[in-house]
Design a binder for this molecule. Structure first.
Ligand SMILES: [Zn+2]
Length: 495
């Protein structure tokens, strides 16, 4: 028995003007064939697939297709989409006959001319392998699930957590379902409901017992242990996508019981719809948030989420809204903030450690929401932002944000990287020689996932409302392509 495994992973943000290209995937780490099985055996969904398959008593041969990952960023170019699809199809062709395919997808990859890249890819794969070979795929819970995805997969298995701490386990769950299909002969019946709503992500913390997401996650877990149910998932969708089919979704997969799938999907959809207002959050503007952080920081860590410039949500990562406020104060303890700027890093390498960088900083990767900041800083340290990340989004995932630098202005430390990446990660700061947990203030460019790292350490956490490519109040921005009515753009939306 031969089971093929592969991955296509990126969360797109259509407001980021920097397009995603083939080079972004290649720099992050494309891995093909048997090397994929060797190198990804303990990493993310692929690791979950591989470790689960290795435990099957039937000892299937595990065939590596291709791993195609890129950090969240702007809309992929049309050529990038063609390249991704053809890479995957070529890998399936090269693999020879297989009994089943497991794919780790994100579900919110958008390219120029194709708002549903994963739907198109699943359709192309289905055409290639025919209707009989089981095809099971995993998706992020920020996926924008489409009818085309559902039609072309036997089962879609979603992450249950945000912060995403079950990435590896989602791979295991998908592989377990595949085994039931292949060995036990179960016949998946998948029900799909699309809801005219997009949930704000800041309160979508499935680890917080007081949150709506925690309650819904428990429901999913209960559904999955119910007899006859193979998978239950809900996708509250990545909000920063201006595409025609944007919306949340519910998926139920049962063993050959379409009526049960349908009934449970209706119940789950009604639950999500009825809970939508609980996702709304009180926000502070940048000046208020930094003032509060200043008041509190002497006696513990204050984490401010710069949601609008979250690099985990595909934003450019060089917004200066918070930095501009931070430099107005004198601080008693270190303040940590990040920027993406290959130009500043190159200039600092030329000037050397100890020299003064004359500025300006940031505000060039998106001209609509942020402006460069005139600021002289001292070049504290040059370093390479390379580490292996676990926690939100990752289990043992290699991260390389390129040549980087720490700049200082009083007690404010600005970590500048050449490439985008997890700008919330304590490991990024550690690699820069800084201790995130003992800082006075930390700016996390992440809307929710950062909580997995900081909830136990922070004295206070606040989500900041600033302009940007992934703003927390997204429904106040101009979207041209989304379906209307859609909540929360339209309060009177019905379902
Ligand atoms: Zn996500």
């Amino acid at each position: 028995m031969r089971v093929a495994v592969g991955q296509l992973w990126q969360e797109t943000n259509t407001f980021n003007p920097t397009p995603t290209t083939r080079r972004d995937f290649e720099e992050f780490g494309v891995i093909r064939g048997s090397e994929l099985i060797e190198r990804m055996a303990d990493t993310n969904e692929l690791g979950g697939f591989i470790q689960s398959l290795r435990r099957w008593p039937e000892t299937p041969e595990i065939v590596g297709l291709v791993r195609l990952p890129s950090w969240p960023s702007g809309t992929a170019t049309a050529e990038t989409f063609i390249w991704l699809r053809d890479e995957l199809l070529a890998a399936i062709e090269a693999a020879g006959p297989c009994d089943a395919i497991l794919l780790a997808l994100h579900g919110a990859l958008v390219s120029a001319g194709e708002p549903d890249v994963e739907g198109a890819v699943l359709e192309a794969v289905r055409q290639r392998i025919g209707p009989k070979i089981p095809l099971v795929a995993t998706l992020d819970l920020h996926a924008n699930i489409t009818e085309r995805m559902v039609k072309n997969a036997d089962a879609l298995v979603l992450y249950h957590t945000a912060p995403h701490i079950d990435v590896f386990e989602s791979g295991q769950r998908a592989a377990r379902i595949l085994r039931r299909i292949l060995i036990e002969g179960v016949r998946p019946a998948m029900a799909f409901r699309k809801l005219p709503m997009v949930a704000p992500v800041e309160r979508a913390n499935t680890q917080d017992p007081a949150s709506v997401s925690h309650r819904l996650r428990k429901k999913l877990e209960l559904l999955e242990i119910q007899p006859g149910v193979l998978a239950a998932g809900l996708a509250t969708v990545q909000p920063w996508l201006d595409i025609p089919d944007l919306g949340s979704a519910v998926i139920i997969v049962t063993d050959n019981d379409p009526a049960l799938s349908s009934r449970l999907a209706d119940q789950l959809a009604a639950n999500l719809w009825g809970s939508r207002h609980e996702y709304l959050i009180e926000l502070m503007n940048a000046a208020e948030a930094v003032r509060l952080a200043h008041d509190l920081h002497a006696e513990g860590l204050v984490v401010l989420s710069d949601c609008a410039d979250a690099t985990t949500s595909g934003s450019p990562g060089d917004s200066t809204w918070l930095l501009r406020e931070l430099i107005e104060y004198r601080w008693k303890r270190p303040v940590l903030v990040t920027l993406v700027s290959p130009e500043v890093v190159n200039e600092c390498r030329r000037l050397g450690e100890g020299a003064i960088h004359p500025g300006p900083l940031g505000g060039v990767r998106d001209h609509r929401f942020s402006k460069p900041l005139s600021l002289e800083t001292r070049i504290e340290r040059l370093f390479d932002a390379r580490f292996v990340m676990s926690g939100h989004l990752a289990r043992n995932m290699a991260i390389d944000m390129g040549s980087s630098v720490v700049l200082s202005h009083g007690d404010v430390r600005i970590v500048v990287t050449s490439r985008s990446g997890p700008h919330f990660s304590p490991l990024l700061f550690q690699t820069a020689g800084l201790d995130a947990f003992n800082a006075g203030v930390l700016i996390a460019k992440s809307p929710c996932g950062f909580r997995a790292s900081y909830s136990a350490h922070a004295r206070e956490i606040k989500v900041v409302n600033a302009p940007g490519c992934s703003p927390p109040d997204f429904w106040k921005y101009e979207y041209r392509q989304i379906p209307r009515p859609l909540w929360p753009w339209d309060e009177d939306t019905t379902y």
